[in-house]
Every structure is written in C-alpha cells, then in structure tokens.
Design a protein around this ligand. Structure first.
Ligand code: MG
Length: 168
C-alpha cells in the first residue's frame, strides 16, 4: 500500500478509540462480548475474527459520534462539571433517564435492527467488561459507556452474522 492509498484515521476515530481505551475498555474486551453473543451460532469463532468486526464498527462515523458524545458526558459527570439536575441523573445512572440507551441505539441501527435483541440480551446478562462498567463502587461514571460498549458488540455480532449468512 502506498502512502497515498493509506486510509487516514480521522480525528473523530482517533479520539473515540483513545477515549474508549482511557476509560478502561480494550477492543479485545468488546470482541469477547461478540464471541459471547455468537457462541451458540458460531462455536469456533476466534477472538481475532470477532476483533475484525469490532474494528469495522469503530470505523463508522455514526459510531464515533455516539462514542464521543456519550463518553464526554460520562467524563463531565465524573468531574462534576455538569449542571443539576443532569449531573445527579448521570452520576447515579438513574433508571428512567434512558438517553444512554438512545445513544446506543444509534450504533446498533448502523447494521439494522437485528442487533437490538443482542444488545438487550447482553445488557441483562452483563458479561465480561460490562460487569466492570456497571460496578458503582469504583467512583467512575460509565452511564453511557456501558451501553455504548454493549451496542458496539451487538453491532459487530450483526455484521458477523450478515457476512456469515452470505458466505455459507
Ligand atoms: Mg447505562
């Protein structure tokens, strides 16, 4: 690949990836959720293959926008830099707030509504990294990030399912 052909990573993608990492989530963690979701259908799925689908999801502009918006609000709430009543709502992850799920839906919709069931499922089960993100004892605020991570995994699982359906 020549220098001209090399895809340039946008500032949005760079920042989204950096923030996800700085907030304690690795691409591998999200790929593990994809494997968890796809295990019943693809028992031999490897983590590296799941990672490719997560990477593809992270290249989507809609996904980067959701990541930037959600994590920004988490970080501001953690630093108490939001105004009330929003500060308390996000800090305590108030059940009826719902906009964390709305932002997550923007990610899922990139690959069609098929991911919605997967998203609902891991949101209930909270395997792997989702357990860490829901641990309120850390003092960190991940009100948006837990839904974003679940949604990226669900979107990657849908992408994988679509590709598998076309090659089998
Ligand atoms: Mg949440």
């Amino acid at each position: 690949m020549t220098i001209e052909e090399k895809p340039v990573m946008s500032m949005s993608e760079k920042t989204a990836r950096r923030w996800i990492g700085e907030r304690g989530v690795k691409v591998e963690d999200i790929a593990e959720l994809v494997v968890y979701l796809q295990k019943p259908y693809h028992p031999d799925l490897k983590l590296e293959d799941a990672m490719e689908h997560v990477e593809a999801v992270l290249r989507k502009r809609e996904v980067q926008n959701a990541v930037l918006t959600g994590i920004q609000l988490d970080m501001l709430a953690e630093k108490k830099q939001l105004e009330e009543p929003l500060l308390s709502i996000i800090q305590t992850d108030e059940g009826l707030y719902g906009l964390d799920e709305t932002i997550a839906t923007a990610i899922i919709n990139v690959y069609g509504t098929i991911g919605l069931t997967s998203y609902g499922y891991i949101d209930k089960q909270k395997p792997g990294i989702l357990q860490f993100l829901n641990d309120k004892s850390t003092g960190q605020v991940h009100t948006f990030l837990d839904d974003i991570v679940g949604a990226i995994a669900a979107a990657a699982a849908s992408r994988l399912a679509h590709r598998a359906a076309h090659t089998e």
